[in-house]
Write a protein that binds this ligand. Sequence first.
Ligand code: UDP
Ligand code: MG
Length: 322
Amino acid sequence: MKNKPRLCIVIPCYNEESVLPVTTPMFLEKLNELIEKQLISSNSKILFVNDGSKDKTWELIKDYQAESPYILGISQSRNRGHQNAVYAGLMEAKEYFDITISIDCDGQDDINAMDKMIEEYYSGAEIVYGVRDNRDTDTFFKRATAQGFYKFLNMMGVEVIYNHADYRLVSSKVLKEFANFKEVNLFLRGMFPLVGFKSTSVYYKRHERIAGESKYPLSKMLNLAIDGITSLSVKPIRLIASLGIIVAGFSFLAIIWILVLYFMKQTVSGWASNLALVMFVAGIQLISLGVIGEYIGKIYLEVKQRPRYIISEQAGTFEKDK
Ligand code: UDP
Ligand code: MG
């Protein structure tokens, strides 16, 4: 069994007391199946990351850990968001495991894609992206916004794998390099392609949430989109500069036109057109300032170098392989 890779399945959980009792047995069964198929070491684990839940999630995780030798848990000192929870789990696991697979706890991602992910690892891939090949189970709204999101990210110069969320196999080799990315604004799916290494994708069908509600309302999705773009691309600032040049060009032409009219003594100007123009330019200026402000905010957070996660409690102990 010595040469089989040690796997850690990293699962972020935020207020998931209604889901965990259903999905935990599924994850355990999958882990056992992978061990029996001799794909992974028998010393593999499931690591639950409690992201500052306000319900019984952490109590549940502690109970599961006490019942099963395959389960570990860490608890963040407060809610820091999905990306930081996944990051905390990956960073804690990287010293002890050969490979990690991050997956949501709600059963939406097909756990049976793990076999293929691990096989791809055997064929040399260090990162394997889980990509869903349909969105039938999503509402029309979620589908449209999510797809718009990926297109927009790509337009803005952020390299992301289309329809890949955070279901992904990453080897500890990659994670050790990844730890050198010091930013506090995390957008994992856009950052892993930057690390490089051999990567590939595995396709799966995404199911409906087994229980509970989505923890990603529109506001959180918008935040993720804005963070994703402003953390990984400066294209929006360049676009603003281009916009400035275009507006300035038009103004120059307008001034010539106004002078011509003036000398032709035809300056009975329209109030409406004037006002419209002023409002338009004011709008553009405000949007531009907002975008620039977003970047300054990012810089502000980065220079503080605050910790990206703080673990307040742990269930079970991490042990090196003997
Ligand atoms: N999650 C988290 N912290 C948060 C929000 C969500 O750890 O602040 C976890 C959540 O428990 C789940 C995963 O992130 O395991 C994805 O969340 P969700 O299923 O609500 O998002 P959706 O699938 O609707 O995009
Ligand atoms: Mg979900």
